[in-house]
Write a protein that binds this ligand. Structure first.
Ligand code: DP6
Length: 364
């Protein structure tokens, strides 16, 4: 598929109004996306676990404009209240996607969104938020083009989501999703995420992720700025190559189910992401002292037990604790006894691998 394949066909008569709802998950990368070029194309392939409990629920109500014009018309409600702060990001998103879903200029949209996780948790909501909005737009387009095939529907949903936020394209379909062309992953593309369809050891089907909320505040440096700093970064080329190699290695690990190798690769990826931040110009650190305390507790716990619990990090101070379901009881006890004290208000969110976006019927 190329970008041109996502340019919209001519639509028939447009319905005057309607409403659609999607629930889409957050995701956590195992091999990280860090560095992009225009238009929202990744410098290296990445792969993530799709989450289950952490999601965004978005309803888009659409009403045909009386007089069509070239502006975008929408209101956004977040958690029940009109939210002006989100408008510029959505406006930019509409600008980027207008050639692919030109009906966006024909309607006034009311977008109502809510997250399952607290907004001030430091959990990135752009992945679930942008994928939910994109899937709603795809449902509207499907109404205009009823013959659209299901594979194309999801691919285009992911394509649109990518234009909202890169990692959002991995929040559409599949338990494990790859974004970025990789020679050993068939169908992989820079344009959209694809479900990882190679063999996966059963241990990964229901992998657990507990998010330790170390810092719920606003990040000092946004992901967008962080990606930007990979341009001219002294280690950029090596890093992009390493991520590609790590994805090959992870592919084999996912098949074999070798958890020691999984732990080593995933933790190294997380620390490399933060090493890129520390070696950018200007440099910055998103981890907090409590992040590091948690990491050393995890290492001590692993050294003292036969546990395979490990951590990963996104662009922030929170720690994602990854562990197989068979360790749920012992790891949850470890979290309670040794890790919650390093979390803001002792707050953690238990999550696990999920399947992806889901359309909701709120009509009754
Ligand atoms: C560290 O997808 O939030 O979470 O494309 O600018 O919206 P934009 O960035 P974003 O970057 C996420 C980076 C990451 C790693 C990852 O999810 O792969």
């Amino acid at each position: 598929m190329t970008t041109n394949d996502f340019i919209a066909q001519a639509y028939g008569p447009l319905p005057s109004e309607g409403s659609v709802t999607w629930k889409t998950p957050s995701n956590i990368a195992l091999v990280k996306y860090w560095g992009k070029r225009n238009p929202q194309l990744p410098e290296n392939p990445s792969i993530s676990f799709t989450l289950d409990n952490c999601h965004t629920l978005t309803t888009v109500t659409y009403q045909k404009k009386d007089v069509a014009d070239s502006s975008f018309s929408f209101d956004i409600f977040f958690e029940g209240a009109l939210n002006e702060a989100f408008k510029p990001k959505i406006e930019k998103f509409f600008e980027r996607i207008q050639d692919y879903v030109p009906f966006v200029k024909d309607y006034h949209f009311t977008i109502a969104s809510e997250n399952s996780f607290p907004h001030s948790s430091g959990i990135a909501s752009s992945a679930s938020g942008m994928s939910a909005l994109s899937m709603c737009l795809m449902s509207i387009e499907k109404e205009l083009l009823p013959d659209m095939e299901s594979a194309y529907f999801y691919q285009k949903g992911s394509f649109l989501a990518r234009l909202g936020s890169g990692s959002a394209c991995r929040s559409v379909k599949g338990r494990l999703v790859v974004w970025g062309a990789h020679p050993e992953i068939s169908e992989s593309s820079d344009l959209y995420g694809v479900p990882f369809t190679d063999e996966i050891a059963p241990v990964f089907f229901d992998y657990q992720d507990t998010i330790l909320l170390v810092d719920k505040g606003e990040k000092q440096v946004s992901s967008t700025v962080g990606h930007e700093l990979m341009h001219g970064h002294p280690f950029a080329e090596k890093r992009f190559q390493q991520a590609t190699e790590n994805l090959s290695k992870l592919k084999a690990i996912l098949k074999s189910g070798n958890l020691s190798e999984f732990v080593a690769l995933v933790e190294s990826e997380a620390l490399t992401l933060h090493a890129m931040m520390m070696t950018s110009h200007p440099y910055f650190i998103l981890m907090k002292p409590n992040t590091l305390k948690i990491l050393s507790k995890i290492w001590a716990f692993r050294a003292a037990t036969d546990s395979q619990v490990c951590f990963t990090l996104d662009a922030g101070a929170n720690v994602h604790l990854l562990y197989p379901k068979q360790e749920l009881v012992t790891v949850r006890q470890f979290i309670k006894d040794e890790l919650l004290e390093f979390c803001q208000n002792h707050h953690a969110i238990h999550d696990k691998v999920g399947n992806g976006a889901e359309q909701m019927d709120l009509s009754n």
